[in-house]
Ligand binder design. Structure first.
Ligand code: BDP
Length: 590
């Protein structure tokens, strides 16, 4: 699947706007207008656009409806509807006809609609749910209490926003079209050999492939889809110093008419993990940055490009060079912007909650149990991986796949499960990027069963918060002890902290520097950094979280927000931000 682009051979229409919406509180006939709708902006979550707590929290099925017009000429073309994401699961109806189903809330899907449309006005309905269970990614404990009522306990710490979260686009192609492009390459010094993997649907006579540089100059070309193109003097894509090439593919008929043209951006860089370091283009790379969330006022998890842009600029200014797409693949435009600005990304599949007794306070009730007996996620986990890698394989920003966040990697069965998942991931990725699983404290160095499968050890650690609360001296000791064990077990693997953090209420100050104050957050980070800086095998620090974000209400979630942000949800900096600014802009790992 190619990202929808308007080209000489493709038209593109964005269906964003106000759609009709309603909860499925009665039987709904997709051939009829929704009986009881309200207006809802698309793309966005529905939850925060209304002032109705019951609807905001409703678990079950919902409907959207809109109209789109097909001009007479367009009927000759192949018409496709492309959905950036619908969270969590959905069915698509055009003029009352069910034409697609999709499982999973964070990756795109598309469907040809020619058999369902006619010229003039057409009706589009999306039936979707926010239901998660032991088979889905993410997971939840779901009970059907009868007559369409559900109780659901999610096993993750962010609000289960739902709706049409990313753009819906209608595009056309000719009957012969490019279906897939992957810009695979090998590098030998300054030379890059490109072996594109191109799939065409339909008949064509000839093809042309060109590589264009940033000045739009053709630097390599070929007349064959399976030829190798050589960039003689490669300008590498580098962290925070991006350089992007474009691969342009043209298809012609036997009569030399242009049938399709598509241009794919790509960057050239190498990745290697060895001697407990992470190398990009042969240089050791230290990850400085954040775990983030797609989360903003009124839009919920709906795409918010101005905010993505602002966040990237804030990060860049403070010397951050990377982030993890915790806990799901982010919007595709956000990925393209990361490529263009040079951010280094750990791309995470929505496999969060693979821990049966997960509890947000990481507390006592989280006993090791039988997660791998009771969960049945393998099929959907692979499906989500396939869709993420199919979408993101050509992003130079993506340097590693995270195939799960905080699973029960200490419970029997974890090794078998992740062996299969990691083998599958490596097989799918043409670039064979490193693969990791982000580790939870409960599965520490003495309990984890899957470390041998990972290229990089990624740790989420809360010494000084969930553990050793308000005792940073003890926290440092514990952290150092655990780190030494990891390093003894896997001396060649780099260790990256993918989460450390302490809840901090913006504006709360304390001369005693007590927890929840901005002073405690500062002390907490200083304590962690002291240990990191003394361990040469620690190769990254991604803080939890870039900004405060909305989650389920709870005793430790003031105002239903996780307050571990370095910034508030409105992007007001807390005390720690200035400290990070100094640390990261002057950082050199010894
Ligand atoms: C970890 C999770 C993250 C949570 C965080 C926290 O990976 O999603 O938000 O801890 O508790 O368990 O703040």
């Amino acid at each position: 699947m190619l990202y929808p682009e308007q080209t000489v051979t493709r038209t593109l229409e964005d269906l964003s706007g106000l759609w009709k919406f309603q909860v499925e509180d009665q039987e709904i006939d997709p051939k009829q207008a929704l009986p009881n709708p309200m207006w809802m902006a698309v793309p966005a979550s529905f939850n925060d656009q209304i002032v109705d707590r019951k609807l905001h929290d409703h678990i079950g099925w919902f409907w959207y409806e809109t109209k789109f017009n097909i001009p007479v000429d367009q009927m000759k073309k192949r018409n496709v509807l492309h959905f950036g994401s619908v969270t969590q699961n959905c069915e698509i109806y055009v003029n009352g006809l069910k034409i697609a189903e999709h499982i999973g809330g964070f990756t795109p899907f598309e469907v040809e609609i020619d058999k369902a449309i006619h010229e003039g006005e057409n009706d589009l309905k999306v039936r979707f749910n926010n239901l998660l269970d032991n088979t889905t990614i993410p997971t939840a404990d779901l009970k059907n209490t009868g007559s369409g009522d559900y109780q659901m306990r999610t096993r993750f710490d962010f609000f289960n926003y739902s709706g049409i979260h990313r753009r819906v686009q209608l595009y056309t192609t000719n009957r012969t079209y490019l279906d897939h492009i992957a810009v695979n390459y090998d590098v030998e010094g300054s030379k890059t050999m490109i072996h594109p993997d191109i799939h065409v649907f339909g008949n064509y006579g000839s093809a042309k492939i060109k590589v264009l540089d940033e000045d739009n100059q053709i630097i390599a070309q070929s007349d064959s889809l399976d030829g190798t193109l050589v960039i003689a003097n490669t300008h590498r894509w580098q962290p925070m110093n991006a350089y992007l090439y474009r691969l342009q593919v043209e298809l012609f008929s036997n009569k030399n008419e242009l049938l399709d043209v598509y241009t794919q951006e790509f960057g050239v860089r190498t990745i290697e993990v060895k001697d407990h370091k992470f190398f990009i283009n042969g240089m050791p790379f230290y990850f400085k940055g954040f775990g983030r969330h797609e989360d903003s006022l009124a839009r919920g998890k709906g795409v918010n490009l101005p905010l993505v842009n602002l966040d990237y600029h804030i990060m860049k200014k403070m010397g951050a060079n990377s982030f993890r797409t915790s806990h799901y693949p982010y919007d595709e435009e956000a990925m393209r912007l990361a490529d263009r600005m040079g951010f280094v990304v750990i791309d995470e599949v929505p496999a969060v909650g693979l821990f049966e007794s997960f509890n947000v306070s990481l507390g006592g009730r989280m006993q090791a149990g039988e997660t791998w007996v009771h969960m049945n996620t393998m099929k959907n986990h692979k499906h989500a991986l396939r869709e993420m890698i199919e979408r993101d394989h050509d992003h130079p920003s993506v340097v590693m796949w995270s195939v799960a966040n905080e699973p029960a990697s200490h419970e029997p069965g974890a090794h078998e499960y992740f062996k299969e998942i990691i083998d599958y991931t490596k097989k799918l990725d043409p670039q064979k990027r490193p693969v990791t699983v982000v580790n939870i404290m409960n599965a520490d160095a003495t309990k984890d069963l899957i470390g041998d499968l990972l290229d990089v050890v990624c740790l989420n650690r809360y010494y000084g918060w969930y553990v050793d609360f308000d005792d940073l001296e003890q926290a440092k000791d514990q952290l150092q002890k655990e780190l030494s064990i990891w390093n003894e077990k896997f001396p060649d693997k780099p260790i990256i902290f993918t989460e450390i953090g302490a809840d901090t209420v913006s504006g709360m100050h304390s001369v005693m520097r007590t927890p929840y104050s901005e002073e405690y957050q500062l002390d907490y980070y200083k304590a962690n950094f002291e240990i990191f800086d003394n361990c040469d095998y620690v190769q990254g620090e991604q803080l939890w979280n870039f900004a405060d974000f909305v989650t389920e209400p709870g005793m430790i979630r003031i105002g239903a927000e996780n307050r571990k942000g370095v910034f508030t949800r409105n992007r007001e900096p807390k005390l720690i931000a200035e400290y990070l600014n100094n640390r990261w802009n002057n950082f050199h790992k010894k």
